[in-house]
Design a protein around this ligand. Structure first.
Ligand code: SF4
Length: 440
């Protein structure tokens, strides 16, 4: 451990979902604002912070491994994040950690850092850019609008980890979004556990932004973000009725015509066991209506297969729904019993081999749908945002592609483009997930 430097250095390991990434960014921003340096190596760090994920068993393992590695390589480790909320799990596996905090705990983490690694005398706060430190590339950024969730889906432990919904004041969200845009961000990805519930906890109170009143409600927030002149993409939109109000904003081009709605299943009984809303007939009618209002709409959803008690017929009802709904992007997971989730107590767990077989059938069907839907884009002209450029061309995304989870658009003659450019391209080819294009 050679630390031949004067300024204190902190190593940082960030695991987990985009929401955890935002927590990491807040901690990193505070560290830099107080004059700490961020180090890329264990050996060169005075201590290491590990931001963990505790959502499913494999994430728990990955987080515990990361903590173990940091302890071996460095020795001084602070644990934060979702796994941190289950403090005893971390302490049992790794009794030597300095401290364990839950998610969204920047103040607590900073207090522990101060205790073990005093603040430098000459804070380099000038070096911190106004928009903070972000872990995503410069041209897109996640904006977290709330924390926690009021639902109690039986397969999920997020409410017990993160508590009930707490919405960020609308002025703060808009200020952060404006700073990001001023710093060159071209795409804002709005995230939370439940984006459409924004403001429910404060009864949709009216806040202020830019000297005018602005209601803390997802429609009003989306419209205001849409005025910033960049792409605005909404994630994790629980299918409440008022989600319908967002579709005209998409049709008018104010926000991206992209809706990430986790439906989870189509069978009424399973949805009830999951404590999720909606009947598939109603959902199909809404999807039809959304597409009539906004024909360019991209729909992404996630589904759980092999939920406890799911019969072959109920699974087939889900397949019929997928066939009928013709969603653009689908993520599917075999039900995995997360420790502490109410669904674990349900009877008739589906054997893993049946779960895997159902998962494969669902994905095969969705691949056919995706391939066909992408094929229809060949010959069209689309606006894309450039993510990467090299000698082979550029890699970009269209309004249908959220970073890291959806497809890509490969621009074969895009060598001269710059990262963060918006460019119009003609689609020349497609496969199951991606598109190929050229600049005309
Ligand atoms: S809405 Fe999402 S975060 Fe909330 S309980 Fe359900 S799955 Fe968990």
């Amino acid at each position: 451990m050679s630390k031949q430097h004067t300024l204190p250095r902190v190593g940082f390991v960030s695991l987990g979902c985009p929401k955890a990434t935002v927590d990491s960014e807040h901690i990193l921003t505070r560290l830099r604002a107080e004059g700490y340096l961020i180090s890329g190596s264990y050996q060169d760090s005075d201590l290491v912070i590990v931001n963990t994920c505790g959502f499913i068993d494999s994430a728990v393992e990955e987080s515990l491994d990361a903590i173990g590695e940091a302890l071996t390589e460095n020795g001084k480790v602070i644990v934060t994040g979702c796994l941190g909320a289950k403090g005893d799990v971390v302490r049992q596996a790794h009794p030597k950690v300095l401290a364990v905090t839950g998610p969204h705990a920047t103040d607590e983490v900073m207090a522990v850092v101060h205790q073990h690694l005093p603040k430098p005398h000459d804070p380099l706060s000038d070096l911190v850019p106004a928009q903070g430190i972000r872990l995503t590339p410069k041209h897109y950024a996640y904006v977290k609008i709330s924390e926690g969730c009021n639902h109690r889906c039986t397969f999920c432990i997020i409410p017990s980890l993160r508590g009930d919904l707490v919405s960020r004041p609308v002025g703060d969200v808009m200020q952060e979004a404006q700073s990001l845009v001023n710093a060159g961000v071209k795409e804002l990805l709005v995230i939370s556990q439940d984006t459409s519930a924004y403001g429910v906890d404060v009864k949709y109170r009216t806040g202020f932004w830019g000297g005018r009143p602005l209601r803390m409600r997802v429609t009003e927030l989306a419209a205001a973000l849409g005025e910033l002149g960049v792409w605005v993409r909404l994630h994790y939109v629980y299918p409440y009725p008022h989600v319908d109000e967002l579709i005209p904003l998409m049709a008018q081009g104010k926000i991206l015509p992209y809706l990430d709605v986790p439906f989870q299943h189509a069978n009424q009984r399973i949805l009830k066991l999951m404590k999720r809303p909606g009947s598939s007939d109603n959902v199909l009618a809404r999807i039809k209506q959304w597409r009539e209002i906004c024909p360019d709409l991209t729909l992404r959803s996630t589904f759980i297969v092999g939920f406890p008690g799911e019969t072959e017929e109920e699974f087939e009802e889900l397949l019929d729904f997928i066939e009928e709904a013709q969603l653009d992007r689908v993520g599917a997971f075999a039900y995995s019993p997360v420790e502490g989730a109410a669904a674990n107590e349900l009877p008739d767990h589906v054997p893993p081999e049946v779960q895997q077989e159902r998962l494969a059938r669902l994905m095969l069907l969705q691949e056919e749908i995706s391939e066909e839907r992408l094929r229809r884009k060949v010959g069209k002209t689309l606006t894309v945002l450039v993510d990467e450029v090299d000698e082979e061309g550029a890699i970009a995304r269209s309004s249908a592609d959220a970073p890291e989870i959806d497809g890509l658009v490969y621009i074969e003659n895009g060598q001269q483009l710059n990262v963060g450019d918006f460019v119009e391209v003609k689609i020349t080819d497609s496969d199951t997930h991606d598109l190929w294009a050229e600049i005309p």
